[in-house]
Design a protein around this ligand. Structure first.
Ligand code: MN
Length: 501
């Protein structure tokens, strides 16, 4: 218990310590005799998850629930017993986590799928803390993933990369997103991971000296200009984020300027702008690379100023400027806001600026009716994907901007080729209509193949649908031309569309 408390940077009150001690003892007794795949006592896992969570969100009921999160599922001790001992709040959090554990996101034929998805969203809409526990749970499992069989590793890692890391990112919890990504990147794309790692290490070796020199220069300049700052650190780009960026830049690491960035942590926002001016006075900036995420935060609330400058010898550095609060929020995201709001410590220097935060709050207030669950899916967790449903509840995930046409071809080619109309959420719709998060789409089939036009191509966003439409158009064109030839008709008799060619 002492070690547990020591590993969480927070001063718990006596009463809070008592709750945590009780939860720890309860969990220990419940999991007695159970082992992890590593051979260690099972208790290591709930404690590990609670320590992870405690770093960003040291809230006592949430930590108690984390310590107990696997009890109902793995020990047969009913939730009612936990509720009796720890109260409804802790029990509800655990219940939410248990439901979330059942959610399968992709390729699932499970009939409980939508039911569980609904539970997930209802649970989370009632309490975002459930997601925080689940993310901490997953992060601990990812840290210890080497002990489970390789095929299971791949499955867990893929789910982490596709679902959990983006959720952490969406909630602004940079520290968790980065770690979840890199831990699963190694397993899902082992070759690419290795290659990216080698490239990064070579780059770090060659730049280590110049970065240290730049750091010295910068601190000297700021001292002589009389500007106070808290610290200057070097931050190295994470592997998965480097891997994705390399794909956009022909795998040429020299084209990526923010592999190593210098980060200046300041006391105030005003200092960020003063330091930006001083940096630009001493170093030539790259004009298109000054990004002010303080004036315009990223959608997940991220705030900083980024600038890229040339040193005298032509070497290029990215420098990031942010206050200590902005830094903390970049690491802790929604947890930072929530905690300070809960504690009543929120002050005016800590504005709740993140658009998603307001969105989530509104969402929580609105979603009290379980029947509105599909509506609640409209929360933009996944920035560039949408989840939509067949009338039977099967889920399809499509890129943002996808239309009914993409959906039909994603379900089945034949459905696309024989489509004559569609209903979105029970209402008649055009097949070129763009889909939104959570839509339920019913495709109306005709007995005859559809007349596919070039408009279909315009409205299709997915490669799958576009290929099939192109195939049809090519074949169709060939067929008409063939028939025209057979009938020995004059070119003029061709429809105008074909005449142009
Ligand atoms: Mn667990």
């Amino acid at each position: 218990m002492k070690d547990f408390l020591k590993s969480i940077p927070h001063n718990f009150k006596q009463a809070e310590q008592a709750v945590l001690a009780k939860a720890l003892a309860f969990s220990e007794k419940a999991h007695q005799g159970q082992k992890r795949k590593s051979g260690e006592d099972y208790l290591i896992h709930p404690i590990g998850a609670a320590i992870i969570l405690g770093q960003i969100f040291p809230d006592t009921p949430t930590l108690a629930a984390t310590l107990l999160h696997d009890v109902p599922e793995d020990t047969g001790i009913p939730l009612e017993k936990i509720e009796k001992e720890f109260g409804g709040e802790v029990a509800q959090l655990i219940d939410g986590v248990t439901h979330l554990g059942h959610v399968r996101f992709k390729d699932s034929k499970d009939k409980f799928y939508v039911e569980n998805l609904r539970k997930m969203f209802i649970a989370t809409s009632q309490d975002i803390r459930v997601i925080l526990i689940k993310l901490a749970d997953r992060l601990h499992n990812m840290r210890t993933i080497e002990f489970i069989p390789p095929d299971k590793q791949a499955k867990v890692a893929r789910e982490t990369l596709e679902i959990y890391a983006p959720i952490a990112g969406r909630l602004g919890i940079g520290a968790w997103k980065d770690e979840l990504e890199d831990l699963s990147f190694r397993i899902v794309y082992p070759k690419e991971y290795q290659k990216t790692k080698e490239m990064l290490e070579a780059e770090l070796d060659s730049r280590d000296k110049s970065i240290k020199e730049m750091q010295k220069k910068l601190s000297h300049i700021l001292r002589t200009e009389g500007i106070k700052y808290l610290e200057i650190t070097g931050r190295v780009k994470r592997l998965y984020s480097l891997f994705n960026k390399l794909k956009k830049y022909d795998n040429d690491i020299k084209k990526i300027y923010d592999i190593i960035a210098l980060r200046v942590i300041t006391k105030s926002t005003a200092d960020c702008y003063s330091i930006l001016g001083i940096i630009h006075k001493h170093f030539q900036p790259m004009p298109s690379r000054i990004k002010d995420f303080i004036a315009t935060p990223k959608p997940n609330g991220y705030q900083s100023i980024h600038t890229t400058v040339f040193d005298k010898d032509g070497s290029i550095f990215e420098i990031q400027l942010r206050t200590d609060l902005m830094h903390e929020e970049a690491e802790r995201g929604i947890a930072a806001h929530w905690f300070y709001t809960e504690e009543g410590k929120e002050d005016s220097s800590r504005p709740v600026h993140a658009p998603w935060f307001k969105e989530l709050q509104a969402w929580q207030e609105e979603t009290t009716n379980p029947e509105e669950y599909l509506e609640s899916l409209k929360i933009d967790f996944f920035r560039d994907r949408i989840f939509v449903f067949t009338p039977k509840g099967d889920i399809k995930d499509l890129p943002v901007g996808a239309s009914v046409i993409d959906f039909a071809f994603a379900v089945h080619s034949e459905l696309g080729y024989f489509m004559m109309g569609a209903k979105i959420n029970g209402k008649m719709a055009k097949i070129t209509d763009v889909l939104e998060q959570g839509d339920v789409i019913e495709i109306i089939k005709s007995k005859k193949p559809a007349t596919i036009s070039h408009d279909w191509l315009k409205a299709a966003k997915t490669g799958g649908a576009r290929n099939k439409i192109r195939h049809y158009l090519n074949e169709h064109e060939k067929g008409i031309i063939q028939r025209v030839k057979e009938l020995k008709l004059k070119d003029l008799s061709l429809p105008q569309f074909f005449r142009k060619k």
